[in-house]
Design a protein around this ligand. Structure first.
Ligand code: GDP
Ligand code: IMO
Ligand code: MG
Length: 431
Protein backbone atom coordinates (compact mmCIF):
# COMPACT_ATOMS: atom_id res chain seq x y z
CA UNK A 1 0.00 0.00 0.00
CA UNK A 2 1.33 3.40 -0.91
CA UNK A 3 -0.09 6.90 -0.87
CA UNK A 4 1.90 9.60 -2.59
CA UNK A 5 2.11 13.39 -2.18
CA UNK A 6 3.35 15.58 -5.02
CA UNK A 7 4.71 18.92 -3.81
CA UNK A 8 6.29 21.81 -5.74
CA UNK A 9 9.92 22.32 -4.74
CA UNK A 10 10.32 25.80 -6.26
CA UNK A 11 8.00 28.79 -6.88
CA UNK A 12 5.25 26.79 -8.58
CA UNK A 13 4.64 25.72 -12.18
CA UNK A 14 7.10 22.86 -11.86
CA UNK A 15 4.87 20.58 -13.95
CA UNK A 16 2.67 19.19 -11.16
CA UNK A 17 -0.28 18.82 -13.55
CA UNK A 18 1.67 16.62 -15.95
CA UNK A 19 3.15 14.42 -13.23
CA UNK A 20 -0.09 14.06 -11.25
CA UNK A 21 -1.91 13.08 -14.45
CA UNK A 22 0.79 10.47 -15.08
CA UNK A 23 0.86 9.11 -11.52
CA UNK A 24 -2.95 8.87 -11.54
CA UNK A 25 -2.57 5.75 -13.69
CA UNK A 26 -1.58 3.96 -10.45
CA UNK A 27 -3.90 5.82 -8.05
CA UNK A 28 -7.57 5.44 -7.17
CA UNK A 29 -8.13 8.89 -5.70
CA UNK A 30 -6.54 12.30 -6.37
CA UNK A 31 -6.86 15.02 -3.73
CA UNK A 32 -6.21 18.78 -3.84
CA UNK A 33 -5.53 20.00 -0.30
CA UNK A 34 -4.69 23.73 -0.48
CA UNK A 35 -4.70 26.80 -2.68
CA UNK A 36 -7.47 27.64 -5.07
CA UNK A 37 -7.76 28.83 -8.63
CA UNK A 38 -4.49 30.70 -8.32
CA UNK A 39 -3.15 27.33 -9.49
CA UNK A 40 -2.89 26.49 -13.18
CA UNK A 41 -1.98 22.87 -13.84
CA UNK A 42 -1.36 21.89 -17.45
CA UNK A 43 -1.97 18.40 -18.79
CA UNK A 44 -1.09 17.35 -22.33
CA UNK A 45 -2.70 14.08 -23.35
CA UNK A 46 -2.62 12.82 -26.94
CA UNK A 47 -1.40 16.25 -28.00
CA UNK A 48 -4.41 18.00 -26.43
CA UNK A 49 -3.85 20.58 -23.72
CA UNK A 50 -6.10 20.96 -20.67
CA UNK A 51 -5.50 23.51 -17.91
CA UNK A 52 -7.06 22.80 -14.51
CA UNK A 53 -7.33 25.34 -11.69
CA UNK A 54 -9.39 23.61 -8.99
CA UNK A 55 -10.28 20.09 -10.03
CA UNK A 56 -7.51 17.56 -9.31
CA UNK A 57 -5.33 16.63 -12.27
CA UNK A 58 -6.63 13.06 -12.18
CA UNK A 59 -9.84 14.19 -13.90
CA UNK A 60 -8.82 13.04 -17.38
CA UNK A 61 -8.75 9.40 -16.25
CA UNK A 62 -11.89 7.32 -16.16
CA UNK A 63 -13.10 6.03 -12.79
CA UNK A 64 -10.68 7.97 -10.58
CA UNK A 65 -12.21 9.84 -7.67
CA UNK A 66 -11.29 13.55 -7.52
CA UNK A 67 -11.46 15.24 -4.12
CA UNK A 68 -11.29 18.93 -3.26
CA UNK A 69 -10.20 18.89 0.37
CA UNK A 70 -11.08 21.19 3.26
CA UNK A 71 -7.84 23.19 2.86
CA UNK A 72 -8.80 24.47 -0.59
CA UNK A 73 -10.50 27.85 -1.10
CA UNK A 74 -13.12 27.46 -3.81
CA UNK A 75 -14.48 30.05 -6.20
CA UNK A 76 -17.75 28.33 -7.12
CA UNK A 77 -18.07 30.17 -10.41
CA UNK A 78 -14.66 28.95 -11.57
CA UNK A 79 -15.36 25.44 -10.32
CA UNK A 80 -18.64 25.24 -12.25
CA UNK A 81 -16.94 26.53 -15.39
CA UNK A 82 -14.26 23.89 -14.99
CA UNK A 83 -16.82 21.11 -14.45
CA UNK A 84 -18.69 22.22 -17.59
CA UNK A 85 -15.48 22.37 -19.65
CA UNK A 86 -14.41 18.90 -18.58
CA UNK A 87 -17.84 17.43 -19.24
CA UNK A 88 -17.95 19.02 -22.70
CA UNK A 89 -14.71 17.13 -23.40
CA UNK A 90 -16.21 13.84 -22.22
CA UNK A 91 -14.62 13.79 -18.76
CA UNK A 92 -16.23 13.67 -15.31
CA UNK A 93 -19.47 12.38 -16.81
CA UNK A 94 -20.04 10.35 -13.66
CA UNK A 95 -20.90 13.02 -11.09
CA UNK A 96 -20.06 10.71 -8.20
CA UNK A 97 -16.37 11.02 -9.14
CA UNK A 98 -16.07 14.57 -7.79
CA UNK A 99 -16.29 15.34 -4.07
CA UNK A 100 -15.92 18.69 -2.34
CA UNK A 101 -15.27 19.04 1.38
CA UNK A 102 -18.10 20.60 3.36
CA UNK A 103 -15.37 22.39 5.33
CA UNK A 104 -13.75 24.04 2.30
CA UNK A 105 -14.08 27.82 2.34
CA UNK A 106 -15.75 29.82 -0.42
CA UNK A 107 -14.10 32.63 -2.30
CA UNK A 108 -16.62 35.48 -2.34
CA UNK A 109 -16.81 38.52 -4.66
CA UNK A 110 -15.45 40.77 -1.87
CA UNK A 111 -12.32 38.60 -1.62
CA UNK A 112 -11.54 39.23 -5.27
CA UNK A 113 -12.36 42.93 -5.00
CA UNK A 114 -10.11 43.33 -1.95
CA UNK A 115 -7.23 41.33 -3.48
CA UNK A 116 -7.26 43.39 -6.68
CA UNK A 117 -7.75 46.76 -4.99
CA UNK A 118 -4.93 46.17 -2.52
CA UNK A 119 -2.57 45.20 -5.30
CA UNK A 120 -3.45 48.38 -7.20
CA UNK A 121 -2.80 50.49 -4.11
CA UNK A 122 0.53 48.77 -3.44
CA UNK A 123 1.80 49.98 -6.82
CA UNK A 124 5.44 49.01 -7.27
CA UNK A 125 5.43 47.18 -3.95
CA UNK A 126 2.74 44.74 -5.10
CA UNK A 127 3.03 41.01 -4.44
CA UNK A 128 1.92 40.20 -7.95
CA UNK A 129 -0.96 38.02 -6.78
CA UNK A 130 -3.17 36.25 -9.27
CA UNK A 131 -6.04 38.55 -8.21
CA UNK A 132 -8.30 35.59 -7.56
CA UNK A 133 -9.12 36.51 -3.94
CA UNK A 134 -6.97 33.77 -2.44
CA UNK A 135 -5.29 35.84 0.32
CA UNK A 136 -8.47 37.55 1.57
CA UNK A 137 -10.35 34.20 1.60
CA UNK A 138 -7.68 32.59 3.79
CA UNK A 139 -7.62 35.71 5.99
CA UNK A 140 -11.34 35.26 6.69
CA UNK A 141 -10.81 31.57 7.44
CA UNK A 142 -8.26 32.43 10.12
CA UNK A 143 -10.36 35.37 11.34
CA UNK A 144 -13.24 32.87 11.81
CA UNK A 145 -15.56 34.88 9.58
CA UNK A 146 -15.23 32.73 6.45
CA UNK A 147 -18.13 30.99 4.73
CA UNK A 148 -17.80 27.25 4.15
CA UNK A 149 -19.74 24.89 1.91
CA UNK A 150 -21.56 23.56 4.96
CA UNK A 151 -22.77 27.13 5.59
CA UNK A 152 -23.81 27.63 1.98
CA UNK A 153 -25.91 24.48 2.14
CA UNK A 154 -27.92 25.83 5.09
CA UNK A 155 -29.91 28.78 3.71
CA UNK A 156 -30.39 30.60 7.03
CA UNK A 157 -26.75 30.31 8.09
CA UNK A 158 -25.58 31.47 4.69
CA UNK A 159 -27.86 34.51 4.72
CA UNK A 160 -26.72 35.50 8.18
CA UNK A 161 -23.01 35.06 7.52
CA UNK A 162 -23.18 36.78 4.16
CA UNK A 163 -25.02 39.78 5.61
CA UNK A 164 -22.49 40.25 8.40
CA UNK A 165 -19.58 39.89 6.01
CA UNK A 166 -20.97 42.29 3.44
CA UNK A 167 -21.59 44.95 6.08
CA UNK A 168 -18.00 44.80 7.25
CA UNK A 169 -16.36 44.38 3.83
CA UNK A 170 -18.29 47.26 2.31
CA UNK A 171 -16.99 49.64 4.98
CA UNK A 172 -13.44 48.43 4.26
CA UNK A 173 -13.88 48.55 0.48
CA UNK A 174 -15.30 52.08 0.50
CA UNK A 175 -13.37 53.82 3.28
CA UNK A 176 -9.95 52.20 2.97
CA UNK A 177 -9.67 50.84 -0.55
CA UNK A 178 -11.82 53.52 -2.24
CA UNK A 179 -13.82 50.91 -4.09
CA UNK A 180 -17.54 50.55 -4.73
CA UNK A 181 -19.75 48.74 -2.23
CA UNK A 182 -21.05 45.30 -3.17
CA UNK A 183 -24.72 44.40 -3.32
CA UNK A 184 -25.87 41.82 -0.78
CA UNK A 185 -28.99 40.79 -2.74
CA UNK A 186 -27.15 40.10 -5.98
CA UNK A 187 -24.48 38.00 -4.25
CA UNK A 188 -27.11 36.09 -2.29
CA UNK A 189 -28.97 35.22 -5.50
CA UNK A 190 -25.84 34.20 -7.40
CA UNK A 191 -24.52 32.01 -4.59
CA UNK A 192 -27.93 30.39 -4.07
CA UNK A 193 -27.67 29.34 -7.72
CA UNK A 194 -24.20 27.90 -7.04
CA UNK A 195 -25.63 25.98 -4.07
CA UNK A 196 -28.21 24.31 -6.32
CA UNK A 197 -25.51 23.22 -8.77
CA UNK A 198 -22.80 22.17 -6.33
CA UNK A 199 -24.73 20.64 -3.43
CA UNK A 200 -24.56 17.17 -4.99
CA UNK A 201 -20.74 17.12 -4.74
CA UNK A 202 -20.41 18.28 -1.13
CA UNK A 203 -19.58 15.74 1.55
CA UNK A 204 -17.37 14.94 4.55
CA UNK A 205 -14.22 14.20 2.54
CA UNK A 206 -12.12 13.46 5.65
CA UNK A 207 -14.38 10.54 6.57
CA UNK A 208 -14.47 9.41 2.94
CA UNK A 209 -10.66 9.41 2.65
CA UNK A 210 -10.26 7.56 5.93
CA UNK A 211 -12.65 4.86 4.76
CA UNK A 212 -11.00 4.51 1.35
CA UNK A 213 -7.47 4.45 2.75
CA UNK A 214 -8.49 1.74 5.23
CA UNK A 215 -9.96 -0.21 2.31
CA UNK A 216 -6.52 -0.14 0.65
CA UNK A 217 -7.24 2.47 -2.02
CA UNK A 218 -4.23 4.37 -3.35
CA UNK A 219 -4.35 8.11 -2.86
CA UNK A 220 -2.39 10.80 -4.67
CA UNK A 221 -2.21 14.21 -2.99
CA UNK A 222 -1.71 17.04 -5.47
CA UNK A 223 0.01 20.19 -4.23
CA UNK A 224 -0.53 23.60 -5.72
CA UNK A 225 2.07 26.41 -5.86
CA UNK A 226 5.44 25.40 -4.40
CA UNK A 227 7.52 25.32 -1.23
CA UNK A 228 9.08 28.75 -1.84
CA UNK A 229 5.55 30.23 -2.00
CA UNK A 230 4.56 28.61 1.33
CA UNK A 231 3.25 31.16 3.84
CA UNK A 232 5.67 29.88 6.55
CA UNK A 233 8.65 28.59 4.61
CA UNK A 234 8.67 30.69 1.45
CA UNK A 235 9.95 34.15 0.56
CA UNK A 236 7.52 35.91 2.91
CA UNK A 237 5.70 38.24 2.23
CA UNK A 238 6.07 37.33 -1.46
CA UNK A 239 4.19 34.08 -0.98
CA UNK A 240 0.70 32.68 -1.30
CA UNK A 241 -1.58 32.46 1.75
CA UNK A 242 -1.55 28.70 2.39
CA UNK A 243 0.82 25.97 3.51
CA UNK A 244 1.94 24.43 0.24
CA UNK A 245 4.28 21.99 2.01
CA UNK A 246 3.68 18.49 3.34
CA UNK A 247 2.07 19.74 6.56
CA UNK A 248 -0.66 21.23 4.39
CA UNK A 249 -1.63 17.73 3.24
CA UNK A 250 -2.50 16.69 6.79
CA UNK A 251 -4.52 19.78 7.66
CA UNK A 252 -5.92 20.32 4.16
CA UNK A 253 -7.11 16.77 3.53
CA UNK A 254 -7.86 15.81 7.14
CA UNK A 255 -5.66 12.70 7.31
CA UNK A 256 -2.89 11.50 9.61
CA UNK A 257 0.85 11.35 8.84
CA UNK A 258 0.89 7.56 8.53
CA UNK A 259 -1.37 7.85 5.50
CA UNK A 260 1.42 9.40 3.41
CA UNK A 261 4.17 7.06 2.30
CA UNK A 262 6.07 8.87 -0.44
CA UNK A 263 6.68 12.59 -0.85
CA UNK A 264 7.72 13.51 -4.36
CA UNK A 265 9.22 16.95 -4.95
CA UNK A 266 8.68 18.51 -8.34
CA UNK A 267 11.42 20.69 -9.75
CA UNK A 268 12.24 22.12 -13.13
CA UNK A 269 15.77 21.61 -14.41
CA UNK A 270 16.04 25.41 -14.06
CA UNK A 271 13.95 27.92 -12.07
CA UNK A 272 10.96 30.17 -12.75
CA UNK A 273 8.83 32.54 -10.73
CA UNK A 274 5.67 34.56 -11.52
CA UNK A 275 4.96 37.75 -9.60
CA UNK A 276 7.24 39.83 -7.37
CA UNK A 277 9.82 38.79 -4.80
CA UNK A 278 13.45 37.76 -4.56
CA UNK A 279 14.85 35.32 -7.10
CA UNK A 280 18.63 34.91 -6.65
CA UNK A 281 19.34 32.95 -9.85
CA UNK A 282 17.17 35.09 -12.12
CA UNK A 283 18.63 35.81 -15.57
CA UNK A 284 17.71 39.17 -17.02
CA UNK A 285 19.71 38.58 -20.20
CA UNK A 286 19.47 36.66 -23.45
CA UNK A 287 19.85 33.32 -21.65
CA UNK A 288 16.82 34.11 -19.44
CA UNK A 289 14.87 35.12 -22.53
CA UNK A 290 15.87 31.87 -24.19
CA UNK A 291 14.64 29.82 -21.22
CA UNK A 292 11.35 31.71 -21.37
CA UNK A 293 10.88 31.07 -25.09
CA UNK A 294 12.11 27.46 -25.17
CA UNK A 295 10.22 26.60 -21.98
CA UNK A 296 7.09 28.51 -23.10
CA UNK A 297 7.17 30.16 -19.69
CA UNK A 298 3.89 32.04 -19.53
CA UNK A 299 1.54 31.64 -16.55
CA UNK A 300 -1.20 29.03 -16.97
CA UNK A 301 -3.60 31.15 -14.87
CA UNK A 302 -2.81 34.77 -15.69
CA UNK A 303 -0.75 34.45 -18.89
CA UNK A 304 1.98 36.61 -17.33
CA UNK A 305 5.54 35.91 -18.52
CA UNK A 306 7.45 33.90 -15.93
CA UNK A 307 10.82 35.15 -14.73
CA UNK A 308 13.50 32.56 -15.55
CA UNK A 309 16.91 31.59 -14.14
CA UNK A 310 19.31 28.72 -13.49
CA UNK A 311 18.66 25.86 -11.08
CA UNK A 312 18.77 27.01 -7.46
CA UNK A 313 19.98 24.10 -5.32
CA UNK A 314 19.71 26.19 -2.13
CA UNK A 315 15.96 26.55 -2.65
CA UNK A 316 15.39 22.94 -3.68
CA UNK A 317 17.47 21.61 -0.74
CA UNK A 318 15.26 23.71 1.55
CA UNK A 319 12.20 22.06 -0.04
CA UNK A 320 13.71 18.55 0.28
CA UNK A 321 14.29 19.12 3.99
CA UNK A 322 10.95 20.72 4.92
CA UNK A 323 8.89 18.17 3.03
CA UNK A 324 10.99 15.11 3.92
CA UNK A 325 11.03 14.36 0.22
CA UNK A 326 11.60 10.74 -0.71
CA UNK A 327 12.22 11.46 -4.39
CA UNK A 328 12.45 14.21 -6.97
CA UNK A 329 10.75 14.39 -10.35
CA UNK A 330 12.84 16.67 -12.56
CA UNK A 331 10.89 18.37 -15.36
CA UNK A 332 11.69 20.35 -18.50
CA UNK A 333 15.22 18.99 -18.93
CA UNK A 334 14.58 19.21 -22.70
CA UNK A 335 14.43 23.02 -22.44
CA UNK A 336 18.18 23.11 -21.64
CA UNK A 337 19.14 21.53 -24.98
CA UNK A 338 21.43 23.85 -26.93
CA UNK A 339 22.90 25.79 -23.99
CA UNK A 340 26.70 25.54 -24.24
CA UNK A 341 27.15 25.80 -20.49
CA UNK A 342 24.62 25.27 -17.73
CA UNK A 343 24.90 26.76 -14.25
CA UNK A 344 23.81 25.44 -10.87
CA UNK A 345 23.62 27.71 -7.82
CA UNK A 346 25.05 25.78 -4.86
CA UNK A 347 25.07 28.57 -2.21
CA UNK A 348 24.44 32.31 -1.85
CA UNK A 349 26.84 35.07 -0.87
CA UNK A 350 25.07 37.92 0.88
CA UNK A 351 26.22 40.56 3.37
CA UNK A 352 29.73 39.07 3.51
CA UNK A 353 28.42 35.62 4.46
CA UNK A 354 28.01 32.39 2.55
CA UNK A 355 24.55 30.85 2.93
CA UNK A 356 24.08 27.14 2.32
CA UNK A 357 20.63 27.17 3.94
CA UNK A 358 17.77 29.19 2.47
CA UNK A 359 17.67 32.58 4.29
CA UNK A 360 14.45 33.83 5.89
CA UNK A 361 15.24 37.47 5.22
CA UNK A 362 13.98 38.95 1.96
CA UNK A 363 16.77 41.52 2.26
CA UNK A 364 19.44 38.81 2.39
CA UNK A 365 17.75 37.04 -0.54
CA UNK A 366 17.52 40.23 -2.59
CA UNK A 367 21.25 40.82 -2.15
CA UNK A 368 22.18 37.18 -2.67
CA UNK A 369 24.85 36.48 -5.25
CA UNK A 370 24.81 32.90 -6.40
CA UNK A 371 27.87 30.69 -5.96
CA UNK A 372 27.91 28.92 -9.32
CA UNK A 373 28.99 25.51 -10.48
CA UNK A 374 29.18 25.18 -14.26
CA UNK A 375 28.60 22.14 -16.40
CA UNK A 376 28.89 21.48 -20.10
CA UNK A 377 25.65 21.42 -22.07
CA UNK A 378 24.41 19.21 -24.92
CA UNK A 379 22.99 19.78 -28.39
CA UNK A 380 20.70 16.78 -28.91
CA UNK A 381 16.90 16.99 -28.50
CA UNK A 382 15.75 14.79 -25.61
CA UNK A 383 12.05 14.17 -26.05
CA UNK A 384 12.36 10.67 -27.54
CA UNK A 385 14.48 9.37 -24.63
CA UNK A 386 12.75 6.74 -22.50
CA UNK A 387 15.67 5.78 -20.23
CA UNK A 388 18.62 7.65 -18.73
CA UNK A 389 20.87 5.71 -21.11
CA UNK A 390 19.05 7.38 -24.04
CA UNK A 391 20.13 10.83 -22.82
CA UNK A 392 23.31 12.53 -24.07
CA UNK A 393 26.21 12.03 -21.64
CA UNK A 394 26.19 15.65 -20.42
CA UNK A 395 22.45 15.61 -19.73
CA UNK A 396 22.90 12.44 -17.69
CA UNK A 397 25.79 14.03 -15.79
CA UNK A 398 23.65 17.10 -15.07
CA UNK A 399 20.84 14.98 -13.62
CA UNK A 400 23.25 12.99 -11.45
CA UNK A 401 25.02 16.13 -10.24
CA UNK A 402 21.71 17.75 -9.24
CA UNK A 403 20.83 14.61 -7.34
CA UNK A 404 24.10 14.84 -5.38
CA UNK A 405 23.80 18.54 -4.62
CA UNK A 406 20.22 18.42 -3.38
CA UNK A 407 20.67 15.10 -1.59
CA UNK A 408 17.54 13.41 -2.91
CA UNK A 409 17.00 10.59 -5.38
CA UNK A 410 15.69 11.34 -8.88
CA UNK A 411 12.72 9.09 -9.53
CA UNK A 412 11.58 10.65 -12.79
CA UNK A 413 12.94 12.89 -15.53
CA UNK A 414 10.46 14.70 -17.79
CA UNK A 415 11.59 15.66 -21.27
CA UNK A 416 8.44 17.12 -22.80
CA UNK A 417 4.88 18.13 -21.85
CA UNK A 418 3.21 14.91 -23.09
CA UNK A 419 2.42 11.95 -20.83
CA UNK A 420 4.76 9.74 -22.84
CA UNK A 421 7.70 12.17 -22.77
CA UNK A 422 8.88 10.77 -19.48
CA UNK A 423 11.76 8.72 -18.11
CA UNK A 424 10.37 6.85 -15.12
CA UNK A 425 13.14 5.61 -12.83
CA UNK A 426 11.04 4.50 -9.89
CA UNK A 427 7.27 4.28 -9.51
CA UNK A 428 6.44 5.87 -6.13
CA UNK A 429 3.34 3.69 -5.76
CA UNK A 430 5.54 0.60 -5.79
CA UNK A 431 8.31 2.04 -3.63
P1 GDP B 1 2.10 23.22 -12.59
O1 GDP B 1 1.44 24.46 -12.12
O2 GDP B 1 3.18 22.77 -11.68
O3 GDP B 1 1.13 22.12 -12.92
O4 GDP B 1 2.83 23.60 -13.95
P2 GDP B 1 2.19 24.46 -15.17
O5 GDP B 1 1.25 23.61 -15.90
O6 GDP B 1 1.75 25.78 -14.67
O7 GDP B 1 3.51 24.75 -16.01
C1 GDP B 1 4.31 23.74 -16.50
C2 GDP B 1 4.37 23.86 -18.04
O8 GDP B 1 5.41 23.04 -18.53
C3 GDP B 1 3.12 23.37 -18.73
O9 GDP B 1 2.93 24.13 -19.89
C4 GDP B 1 3.45 21.92 -19.08
O10 GDP B 1 2.72 21.45 -20.20
C5 GDP B 1 4.91 22.04 -19.40
N1 GDP B 1 5.74 20.86 -19.12
C6 GDP B 1 5.65 19.97 -18.10
N2 GDP B 1 6.68 19.10 -18.13
C7 GDP B 1 7.43 19.46 -19.20
C8 GDP B 1 8.66 18.97 -19.75
O11 GDP B 1 9.28 18.05 -19.24
N3 GDP B 1 9.15 19.62 -20.84
C9 GDP B 1 8.51 20.67 -21.41
N4 GDP B 1 9.07 21.24 -22.48
N5 GDP B 1 7.36 21.17 -20.93
C10 GDP B 1 6.84 20.57 -19.83
P1 IMO C 1 0.65 26.49 -9.57
O1 IMO C 1 -0.19 25.55 -8.70
C1 IMO C 1 3.11 30.07 -9.76
C2 IMO C 1 2.10 33.31 -6.98
C3 IMO C 1 1.57 34.60 -7.58
C4 IMO C 1 2.10 35.59 -6.55
C5 IMO C 1 1.95 34.83 -5.24
C6 IMO C 1 0.70 35.17 -4.46
O2 IMO C 1 0.19 26.58 -10.97
O3 IMO C 1 2.10 26.16 -9.41
P2 IMO C 1 -1.87 34.54 -4.78
O4 IMO C 1 -2.81 34.82 -5.91
O5 IMO C 1 -1.69 33.09 -4.48
O6 IMO C 1 -2.17 35.34 -3.56
O7 IMO C 1 -0.44 35.09 -5.31
O8 IMO C 1 1.95 33.45 -5.58
N1 IMO C 1 1.36 32.09 -7.37
C7 IMO C 1 1.82 31.18 -8.25
N2 IMO C 1 2.94 31.17 -8.99
N3 IMO C 1 2.26 29.03 -9.81
C8 IMO C 1 1.14 29.02 -9.05
O9 IMO C 1 0.34 27.93 -8.94
C9 IMO C 1 0.85 30.15 -8.26
N4 IMO C 1 -0.16 30.49 -7.42
C10 IMO C 1 0.17 31.66 -6.88
O10 IMO C 1 2.11 34.82 -8.86
O11 IMO C 1 3.47 35.81 -6.77
MG1 MG D 1 0.95 26.34 -12.81
Amino acid sequence: MSNVAVIGAQWGDEGKGKIVDLFTLDADIVVRFQGGNNAGHTLVVDGRKTVLHLIPSGALHKKKLCVIGNGVVVDPEVLLEEIRGLRADGHLLDESLLKISEEAHLIMPYHKAIDQARERLRGKGKIGTTGRGIGPAYEDKVARTGIRFVDLLDGATFRDKLRRNIEEKNIYLKAILKEKALDYGAIYETYSGFRAELERYVTNTGVLLDREIKAGKKVLFEGAQGTLLDVDHGTYPYVTSSNTVIGGVLTGAGIGPRSIHQVIGLSKAYTTRVGSGPFPTELKDAEGERLKQEGDEFGATTGRPRRCGWFDAVGVRHAVRINGMTGIALTKLDVLTGFKRIKICTAYKSGGEVHHDFPASVKVLKNAEPVWEEMEGWEEPLSSARSLADLPKNARRYVRRLEEIIGCEMILVSIGPGREETIMLKNPFNA
